[in-house]
Design a binder for this molecule. Structure first.
Ligand code: UDX
Length: 432
């Protein structure tokens, strides 16, 4: 099939590369000429394992093309995916849909035969209705169909998630579009993905409700971990014990720092704005947001406690600063509030991240990037394992750290409590 994906951010680029790998003819469009020129040289602007190889292979075999010409690319395609950014508005409430609506107006100019236009960006409920209104102002409704097809890709696992999704959600009442899209996704359906066809508004809401639920699950176990710390119980046992109940499930039940990333913080706020519009109070999600926002200061209190209230001139190392492993993404990472706060209190911070130095910390005098794990932890008073990179899972701390009184605060519960005790390492984890 002939596909056009508008926006070469995370969603558009991963989906475009994966669709081309399934044998479709794909054009990825972006207005940023530098980005497009780089992509033509297989220089990928985001860190995502396996993506560069996929782009290179499919660009070389001609299945994947890159262009800045939206009009021409849309004209040549049967299915158009809108994958542009949908950030939170500058005033903090609601989603800024200006890029989506501008693209809709551009697409409108190039419709001369039937096209399926899909929102793949996460858009609030009723956005599809608005796009339909915009396009039908100038084109007959017979010439297009607006469909919602949300993506559920996780950063760092996006290619696997694309190829082996739990479900493909298609929101449309139009039978013709449904048949075409079921066909487009048939290689994934035949590998076991469930295909569901819902109304467009339902598909839009499935995305928000799913992310809000996952954020709730994480926040739930984070709060349970707070209780575990008071009653001398290990939260890891609770996660296993709860997760074995198939109605609950073990995934997204790992206690840790506040959740971050480009989706959970944004989508939980956006679903509340939508509900407010319809005068519905989503009180659970509101408390999830509050609890998550308070989590970083709660964990900082634990840092003070571990260091017996003495932060000034303490050498504190952060292992990993991104919001999770296998990504270079710093958006809403809890390190963004923790590091400046500790630095203000006079701590000397070293950090190491496998994805390199972060511009977010360059303005802080006493925050330094170390080029490897060894130099980052060597003379630390406290090592904070902030992100669960594989690189941090088998460090011989006794050998690598010269300061014999070092302590570890493992915010991802990577290491075994028993083994740490055996080695006589002063080890603190989450929820134990
Ligand atoms: C998420 C959704 O999972 C994905 O379906 C959607 O399309 C985009 O948003 P992503 O933001 O890439 O994906 O990260 P995810 O793996 O979901 O993790 C989000 C946050 O939750 C991270 O900060 C992570 O560390 C945290 N998390 C996750 C936990 O603290 N505990 C867990 O058990 C799982």
């Amino acid at each position: 099939m002939k596909l056009c994906l508008i926006g070469t951010g995370y969603v558009g680029l991963v989906s475009g590369a994966c669709f081309s790998d399934l044998g479709n003819d794909v054009i990825c469009v972006d207005r940023d000429i530098n980005k497009i020129n780089n992509l033509k040289k297989s220089i990928v602007p985001i860190y995502e394992p396996g993506l560069e190889e996929l782009v290179l292979r499919n660009y070389k075999n001609g299945k994947l093309k890159f262009s800045t010409n939206l009009k021409e690319s849309v004209s040549k395609s049967d299915i158009v995916f809108i994958c542009v950014g949908t950030p939170t508005k500058k005033n903090g409430s609601g989603t800024d849909l200006s890029q989506v609506y501008n693209v809709a107006k551009e697409i409108r100019k190039s419709i001369s035969k039937f096209k399926i236009i899909i929102t793949k960006s996460t858009v609030p409920v009723t956005t599809g209705d608005e796009i339909e209104k915009i396009i039908s102002q100038k084109k007959s409704k017979k010439l297009f169909s607006i469909v919602s097809n949300p993506e559920f890709l996780r950063e760092g696992e996006a290619i696997r998630d694309f190829n082996y999704p739990d479900r493909v959600v298609i929101g449309t009442n139009d039978k013709k579009s449904n048949t075409i899209l079921k066909n487009l996704y048939s290689p994934l359906i035949s590998k076991g993905a469930k295909y569901i066809n819902t109304s467009r508004r339902a598909a839009e809401l499935i995305k928000y409700a799913s992310n809000a639920f996952l954020a709730t699950k994480i926040t739930f176990i984070n709060e349970i971990s707070n209780l575990c710390e008071k009653i001398n119980v290990n939260v890891e046992d609770i996660s296993i014990g709860m997760g074995l109940d198939k109605r609950i499930g073990s995934r997204f039940l790992r206690a840790g720092p506040a959740y971050g990333g480009s989706c959970f913080p944004k989508d939980t706020k956006a679903i509340i704005t939508t509900a407010d519009k319809f005068k519905v109070n989503l009180s659970i999600i509101k408390s999830v947001i509050k609890s998550n926002e308070e989590r970083s200061s709660l964990l900082l209190k634990k840092v003070f406690h571990i260091l017996n209230g003495k932060i000034k001139n303490k050498k504190i190392t952060f292992l990993g600063v991104t919001f999770k492993a296998n990504t270079d993404d710093m958006r809403d990472s809890s390190s963004l509030s923790m590091i400046p706060s500790l630095s203000k209190k006079g701590a000397k911070i070293n950090y190491y991240d496998p994805t390199g130095e972060k511009k977010e910390f360059t303005k802080f005098k006493n925050v330094n990037f170390s080029k490897n794990i060894k130099s980052a932890i060597n003379d630390s008073d406290l090592i904070i394992i902030h992100t669960e990179w594989n690189d941090f899972k088998s460090i011989n701390f006794k050998k690598e750290v010269s300061n014999k009184n070092f302590k570890i605060f493992d915010m991802r519960n990577i290491y075994s409590l028993t083994k740490m005790k055996e080695q006589k390492i002063k080890y603190f984890s989450i929820g134990s």
